[in-house]
Write a protein that binds this ligand. Structure first.
Ligand SMILES: [Zn+2]
Length: 152
């Protein structure tokens, strides 16, 4: 990663954490609080910051925008738009926005970022499951049936 990208990432992280602090810290820092209240507040701030750091760093791993991506079947998949996915990290749930592709050869949708991050499947957004006027028939696949993992 070039240092300018790195600096931009740092700026984004600082800006996002500044927002969290502005929202979560009391208006008057000298206002009385119990130790329990301070600990609770600190816990909430650090959890939100952790999740934001996870999300911002993860989204920067996205590959450069392309209209096509290579599907694991070997065919070219078409870009279908951005898709959100909720992932569970050790810091809690993070809403991740990534580029989503659909392969007409094997009727499979995927996000290259998921594969790069080695996230497991099962979070395909409903709108990409063959709905919304998208008709896909695996019979049009240029590959023999045995190429598909479930029919080996
Ligand atoms: Zn495919």
């Amino acid at each position: 990663m070039p240092s300018s990208n790195r600096e931009r990432l740092i700026e984004d992280l600082v800006a996002r954490n500044r927002e969290v602090l502005r929202r979560r810290l009391p208006q008057d820092p000298s206002a009385p609080q119990t130790m329990d209240e301070i600990e609770q507040m600190t816990e909430e701030i650090s959890q939100e910051m952790d999740r934001e750091i996870d999300r911002i760093i993860t989204e920067r791993k996205e590959v450069p925008p392309e209209n096509q991506a290579r599907c694991s079947c070997g065919a070219l998949a078409r870009y279908r738009g951005p898709a959100e996915r909720v992932i569970t990290t050790r810091h809690g749930e993070v809403r991740l926005r990534r580029r989503y592709y659909y392969c007409p050869a094997c009727c499979r949708g995927f996000a290259p970022l998921d594969e790069q991050l080695r996230l497991d499947g099962g979070a395909t957004p409903e709108s990409f499951r063959g709905g919304s006027g998208w008709h896909c028939s695996p019979l049009t696949s240029p590959l023999p049936r045995r190429a598909r993992s479930w029919s080996a």
